[in-house]
Write a protein that binds this ligand. Structure first.
Ligand SMILES: *Cc1c(COP(=O)(O)O)cnc(C)c1O
Length: 371
């Protein structure tokens, strides 16, 4: 790691210990060796890209149980492309007119207000990038079936449902309820499941297109997956002749993603969880008797098979969650925590992206800073 002429160290970049999860700002995830090998192998070759896309579609279908699949540049790109596909169908002329000329197309995308998450940009902007108008229903934590039903009109192109730790987890319709209302009007449901481990459940629950990130839990290269109904996936593919061209995915990412999907199927998930558990227990033990700190192992809020150490800091210890997180990040080897709620007095340590020895280094930092 880092000792080739253009490695991290040679480029003059600081070495980071990532206990924040799969964050774009830190380089997403550790790319699995199978994907790295696949990317290297295809890099100097010429291939017929349509054929390569075909192979990837088959790999996605195998992994998800979908009729078809398509590789995009990222999940964010996949959302824009899926929305565009819901608007245009397989009409090439319409594909070439987006985003501004939507004459004659259904243009509205129904989203529950608490699902308008921001993963770098707001998902409502992703809809607008395709030329659609997001229609947000209800309030953040209070949406009724009636509000969603009323929002679906003859201008609606699709319903968009988000599964995310930053989406409202209560007071909103679940996927089956939402899908029933959208399907009652013969319209498709697009699910943003970018960070979800479950590759089959959302399609099984009735979603028409599901979007995953290739570079999060899968450990693939920067890429996205759109899986679902064959006609809608064909309409996604067609966007490469329109706005999808600006979000092109190259041969190396497509090949790398196929390898990552295959590697995921045979990964030792139980063994990895066991190692993660050891790290979590170690960190918890370091903080167990520190005044003003409560450390607890908590499950992932969206049900991924993943646990984190939740660290709550109260005033009695003489420090704050923000100060402790900043002190970890200020170490010679910065330790980056999952800190989006430090102002509420808590942060998390996520063990899913550790290299050997890093769990112990984090433990030592916790001991040093709370001694
Ligand atoms: C990470 C994330 C995205 C964006 O994924 P990329 O592949 O990085 O573009 C979109 N939606 C949700 C819910 C996410 O968690």
């Amino acid at each position: 790691m880092g000792d080739t002429p253009y490695g991290r160290q040679a480029l003059g970049l600081r070495p980071i210990i990532n206990v924040s999860g799969t964050m774009t700002a830190l380089g997403a995830s550790i790319i699995v060796p199978e994907a790295i090998a696949a990317m290297s192998a295809i890099a100097p070759e010429f291939v017929e890209i349509e054929e390569l896309h075909h192979k990837a579609g088959a790999a996605i279908a195998r992994a998800t149980g979908a009729e078809a699949g398509f590789v995009t540049a990222s999940a964010a790109a996949g959302i824009v492309i899926a929305v565009a596909a819901a608007m245009t169908g397989e009409n090439l002329h319409a594909v070439q007119r987006l985003p501004l000329d939507t004459n004659g197309l259904r243009t509205e995308i129904v989203i529950q207000r608490g699902h308008d998450v921001n993963y770098g940009n707001a998902i409502s902007q992703a809809a607008r990038m395709a030329g659609a108008t997001p229609v947000l229903c209800g309030a953040d934590h209070e949406v009724t079936n009636g509000q969603v039903a009323d929002a679906i009109t003859d201008r609606t192109a699709a319903g968009l449902f988000v599964v995310s730790h930053s989406a409202a987890q209560s007071g909103r319709l679940g996927l089956r309820e939402f899908t029933a209302l959208v399907h009652a009007r013969n319209l498709p449901v697009i699910v943003d499941a970018a960070s979800e481990y479950d590759l089959t459940g959302f399609l099984a629950a009735g979603a028409d297109l599901v979007i995953y990130s290739g570079h999060k839990f899968l450990g693939g290269p920067t890429s996205g997956i759109v899986a679902g109904r064959a006609d809608l996936v064909a309409a996604c593919r067609l966007q490469n002749n329109g706005l999808g061209r600006a979000m092109k995915v190259g041969k190396e990412s497509i090949a790398g993603l196929i390898a990552a999907l295959d590697a995921w199927q045979v990964r030792d998930h139980a063994g990895i969880r066991g190692k993660e558990r050891v790290a979590l227990e170690l960190w918890r033990a370091c903080l167990a008797s520190v005044p003003g700190i409560k450390a607890e192992i908590v499950p992932d809020p969206t049900g991924n098979p993943l646990e984190r150490l939740e660290i709550r800091v109260t005033a009695e210890g003489g420090t704050s969650a923000r100060e402790l997180a900043q002190a970890l990040a200020a170490r010679p080897r910065p330790i980056m925590v999952r800190g989006h709620q430090v102002d509420r007095g808590l942060f998390w340590l996520d063990p899913c992206n550790l290299h050997p020895g890093e769990a112990e280094e984090v433990a030592q930092a916790l001991r040093d800073l709370t001694a």
